[in-house]
Design a protein around this ligand. Structure first.
Ligand code: ADP
Ligand code: MG
Length: 572
């Protein structure tokens, strides 16, 4: 028998606990949502492991979540018969934070409680939120398939450490007991607990049960019966009819699948029938996650097959450039024992991915093209958070390139009274609508920073002629442009490349004058060519500058200066 052992929390957990207890106090009932959400995840994991090992169900196949309270002891207990935890799992899952980007997240905290509270919400709170109302938490757990003597008791007062010891636990799964803080007795009420469950956890597909209470006429008090009642609807939310689901239920379900604390920006829910049958419930978050740029990060789609949870982060179901989308896809066609390897090859999966991609693009188009200002604002907010990722789609998804191109937004010289503004709000269609008589190209300038792009000497002639120029300064832009030569038949042209031909924008008188000037400076140009022979490929008289005396331009078929700098920086 192993003795009780005391272990310290990871530094970030200590910080999280501190912050949470203070900053989420006004929102404390979410503890129940978080614990129920974990119990539901634990049931999903058991069901999945049991596909290949039915013995894991032991003699207890009906998965459920039980919520109970003890007025005298001042405790609330949330029990599940899900996968449970081994000793090692309890130590790592309830003593550290597994999320990638955790360190960076904590380094961003300012110490200003108000600001940090908002950040904490974004980070997701989870199990530790129970310490908002509990000054001690006891977790008794036993992993499915392990013997009754292999139970584990984890206990902590939420300060710096927790204890762990071996216990006997005949029933599989996890019981979490909250010892309430002084003054939190309002939660010791069936009515209160039920109303919180209905508010936040109605969408959970497992039954959440509580003991029935009844008024006893003789005793003149409510007595707790031995019977249980199911408090939630207990059916998979995505399988219900749209008309039976409230906005609030959609939002709470999002928080459950995404582990996000904020409401989503928008979502789409559909049942697809025909060659491939599946249901999709897909959400676009309001805010980019901390690990949006993490290359190892998988997507946010949970895959179910006929209501049975198969896997989290099924990255094959969504292209990489839509990796921010969260939600559930439930297929009727895939086999239950499907693996990541099979997903890679499956034709059904390809059909689902294509269908889901189109749905998400449609959802974004709805926002972008709406006449409603609130919807438009949503698109602007989406673009700010995820625009750079969506741009990857131009290179990644040739089939949807045109649709994605319409969704792109740029900074432009036309913003803010022609001085340019960093806000990326101009679409190609906006640009085309403002093109000058005779202009046939879409002009853009790239730069490492907005200031560099905006102040480029290449823009002088465009300013003079009143021609708008898109200002592209995101890291992905040059790469994206290599996949995007034109938009609706209008060539995309860099202001910094080759013999700039402003076409009919140049009037006849100007042309004549240019020719005269060229002849006049012919000797000088020849001399300069000689002097710069090993430095410049060519020297030309230019008409594109109005204030600067000279500038460097790239050849039409060459990489631009900015891309060259990027490649050099990347060691190529
Ligand atoms: P998250 O749910 O976002 O992973 P939490 O803080 O809510 O983060 O939970 C941390 C981890 O603890 C879970 O990922 C899971 O591995 C484990 N865990 C929590 N509750 C349970 C439970 N009831 N049964 C099994 N494992 C659990
Ligand atoms: Mg959780």
């Amino acid at each position: 028998v192993s003795e009780k052992q005391t272990l310290g929390f990871q530094a970030e957990v200590k910080q999280l606990l501190q912050l949470m207890i203070h900053s989420l106090y006004s929102n404390k009932e979410i503890f129940l949502r978080e614990l129920v959400s974990n119990a539901s995840d634990a049931a999903d994991k058991l069901r999945f492991e049991a596909i290949n090992n039915g013995a894991l169900f032991e003699n207890d196949p009906e998965l459920k979540i039980k919520v109970a309270f003890d007025k005298a002891a001042r405790t609330i207990t949330i029990s599940d018969n899900g996968i449970g935890m081994s000793r090692d799992e309890a130590i790592s899952h309830l003593g550290t934070i597994a999320k990638s980007g955790t360190k960076e997240f904590f380094s961003k905290l300012s110490g200003d409680q108000q600001k940090d509270a908002a950040l904490i919400g974004q980070f997701g709170v989870g199990f530790y939120s129970a310490f908002i109302i509990a000054d001690k938490i006891t977790v008794d757990t036993r992993r499915a398939g392990a013997s009754a003597t292999e139970g584990v008791r984890w206990e902590s007062a939420g300060a710096g450490d927790f204890s762990i010891e071996a216990i006997d636990k005949p029933s599989r799964g996890t019981d979490i007991t909250l010892h309430l803080r002084e003054g939190e007795d309002e939660y010791l009420s069936a009515w209160k607990l039920k109303s919180i469950i209905r508010k936040y956890s109605d969408h959970i597909s497992l039954p959440i049960v509580m003991q029935k209470e009844e008024w006893d006429e003789e005793k003149k008090e409510t007595v707790v019966k031995d019977e249980f009642e199911t408090v939630n609807q207990a059916s998979a939310l995505w399988a219900r009819n749209k008309s039976d689901i409230t906005e609030e239920q959609y939002v709470e379900f999002y928080k459950h699948v995404s582990h996000d604390f904020e409401a989503p920006l928008t979502y789409t829910h559909n049942r697809v029938e025909g060659r491939s049958e599946y249901t999709q419930l897909l959400y676009v978050p309001s805010r980019a996650p901390f690990d949006l740029w993490d290359r190892n990060k998988r997507g946010g789609i949970k895959l179910y097959v006929k209501r049975v949870f198969i896997m989290d982060d099924a990255e094959q179901l969504m292209p990489v450039y839509l990796r921010f989308v969260k939600g559930v896809i439930d297929s009727s066609d895939l086999p239950l024992n499907v693996s990541r390897e099979i997903l890679q090859e499956s034709r059904d999966v390809r059909v689902i991915r294509e269908g889901s991609t189109k749905r998400v693009l449609g959802l974004l188009e709805e926002l972008a093209n709406s006449d409603d200002q609130a919807q438009k604002d949503k698109y602007a907010s989406f673009w700010k958070e995820f625009g750079q990722v969506l741009k990857e789609g131009i290179g990644e998804d040739a089939g949807n390139k045109e649709r994605i191109a319409k969704l792109l937004r740029f900074a432009s010289t036309s913003n803010a009274d022609g001085n340019g503004s960093e806000a990326q709000t101009v679409s190609f269609a906006d640009y085309i609508g403002r093109m000058k008589e005779g202009q046939d190209k879409i002009y853009y300038a790239t730069g490492e920073t907005f200031a560099a792009a905006k102040n480029s000497p290449h823009l002088e002639i465009f300013r003079k002629k009143g021609v708008e120029v898109l200002l592209l300064t995101d890291r992905v832009d040059e790469w994206m442009l290599s996949f995007l030569q034109d938009f609706e038949g209008k060539e995309l042209a860099s202001v910094a490349k080759g013999g700039l031909d402003l076409g009919t924008l140049e009037d006849e008188a100007e042309k004549k004058q240019h020719e005269e000037t060229e002849t006049q400076f012919k000797d000088l140009v020849e001399k300069m060519k000689g002097a710069l022979a090993d430095k410049a490929k060519d020297v030309r008289v230019t008409f594109r500058l109005t204030d600067s005396p000279a500038c460097l331009v790239a050849d039409e078929n060459e990489l631009s200066g900015n891309l060259l700098r990027m490649l050099k920086a990347a060691g190529q």
